[in-house]
Design a protein around this ligand. Structure first.
Ligand code: UDP
Ligand code: MG
Length: 311
């Protein structure tokens, strides 16, 4: 029988894990006759009782396994570690907070079983229960990144998905430290079926994403999947060359024809400030890419394991 691995990144999820276990048991029973299961919890350096609860579950149920990080490495690292250690013929990524309804897994598995698709992914069609400012920024981000990048980043796509072994292996070949999974999933290709669902609120506990964290993550995504911002500097340079050329001609003509000498100190200042600003902005963009390159060249591991039960 095929083995289905469910990878669950957990960061301070002690309140929700017992509820999660109950829901995942139900799904395992439902798909039970057609597949075997393993659940791989990745404790991302939690500071609450998450690890203890996970260890208890692992003792109670032999289908549960876990990895625990030496500190908080972020959800991207947790997902990578999970994929790396999953043994299944099919691997699912699922949040612990029940915002990724475990019940959908049965439907996802049914799609892959037939062999028509390599991946079943989910996207939420509403952002109900989210602050309006955040939804607005998210929408702007997806518009921007899709303009800038050749890789399609689907608006509202969740990380919740079920993939074949072949696709998981492809994802694992991308060893970048600077991971932006929404892009990576799309970059590796394969036939993906999209399931849509209404946004569900977190069952317990709190979201780990502040607005600032999300902002940094989105910048990360743009740098990871587009080099177009780098061309911005050249474009601006060209534009201003043309502009200044026209300006010079205008000033020469003005002086010769009307004998009007240039006495425009304030306007010169404005222009200097303006161009200076644009130059700094462009250097900043360069710096972003340089910083990411710097981090990548160090080739540091994506995560460090402190404890694990993987048999
Ligand atoms: N998570 C993680 N490491 C982190 C932050 C989050 O492993 O540094 C996990 C978290 O435990 C949860 C999932 O990633 O299972 C999604 O996090 P959260 O629910 O806070 O994000 P949201 O659903 O609000 O986008
Ligand atoms: Mg959540």
């Amino acid at each position: 029988m095929p083995l289905v691995s469910v990878v669950v990144p957990c960061f301070n999820e002690q309140d929700v894990l017992p509820l999660f276990y109950v829901s995942i048991l139900k799904v395992m029973q439902e798909i039970g006759p057609r597949a075997e299961f393993e659940v791989l919890f990745v404790d991302d350096g939690s500071s609450d009782g998450t690890l203890e609860i996970v260890q208890e579950l692992c003792e109670k149920d032999s289908r549960m396994r876990y990895i625990s990080f030496s500190r908080n490495f972020g959800k991207e690292a947790a997902m990578y570690a999970g994929l790396e250690h999953a043994r299944g013929d099919y691997v699912a990524l699922m949040d612990a907070d029940l915002q990724d309804p475990p019940a959908l897994l049965a439907e996802m598995y049914a799609c892959l079983e037939k062999g028509e698709y390599d991946c079943v992914a989910t996207r939420r069609v509403t952002r109900k229960g989210e602050p309006p400012v955040r939804s607005f920024c998210a929408r702007c981000f997806y518009k921007l990144i899709n303009r800038l990048s050749d890789t399609e980043i689907v608006d509202g796509a969740r990380d919740y998905r079920l993939m074949t072994r072949q696709m998981v292996d492809a994802i694992l070949r991308l060893k970048e430290t600077n991971r932006f999974s929404k892009g990576i999933f799309s970059w590796v290709g394969f036939r993906t079926k999209w399931l849509e669902y209404e946004n569900a609120e977190r069952a317990a506990g709190q979201t780990k994403w502040s607005f600032w964290k999300l902002f940094k993550y989105s910048l990360n995504g743009i740098v990871a999947f587009s080099t177009l911002p780098l061309a911005f500097a050249s474009l601006m340079g060209l534009l201003f060359c043309a502009l200044s050329f026209l300006l010079i001609i205008w000033i020469i003509v003005k002086t010769i024809v009307w004998g009007d000498p240039v006495a425009e100190y304030p306007s010169t200042l404005c222009v200097i400030f303006f161009i200076g600003g644009i130059q700094l902005f462009c250097v900043g963009i360069l710096g972003q890419y340089l910083a990411k390159t710097y981090v990548e060249t160090k080739k540091r591991p994506i995560y460090i394991v402190k404890k694990a039960k993987l048999d």
